[in-house]
Design a protein around this ligand. Structure first.
Ligand SMILES: [Zn+2]
Length: 94
């Protein structure tokens, strides 16, 4: 058996013209820079598939300017509007 045979390396993702794609901006301060953040969900043993409590990290992005996590990330996990950035930040006063 020839163990050297390799599957072809998958090509990179299809080309997308990013110049036409929408740039995601912070809803709160308009920043376009983001940092990695994690929301941690605890799955109780009652609803866990394997009957054991589980800790599930969910990667989201938080604004590099005001730390706001866009609601687009929060809707799917049932915590929209739960995370607040700096409460003293008032873009309308800027
Ligand atoms: Zn922001």
């Amino acid at each position: 058996m020839n163990m050297k045979a390799r599957k072809p390396i998958p090509q990179a993702q299809p080309k997308v013209d990013l110049s036409t794609a929408e740039t995601m901006k912070c809803e709160q301060c308009g920043s376009t820079l983001w940092k990695n953040a994690f929301i941690i969900k605890r799955i109780s043993a009652i609803v866990s598939p394997n009957g054991q409590e589980a800790i599930v990290p969910i990667q989201v992005y938080s604004c590099d300017g005001c730390s706001k996590v866009p609601s687009i990330f929060l809707k799917d996990i049932g915590m929209e509007e739960e995370i607040e950035g700096d409460p003293l930040f008032r873009p309308d006063l800027g």
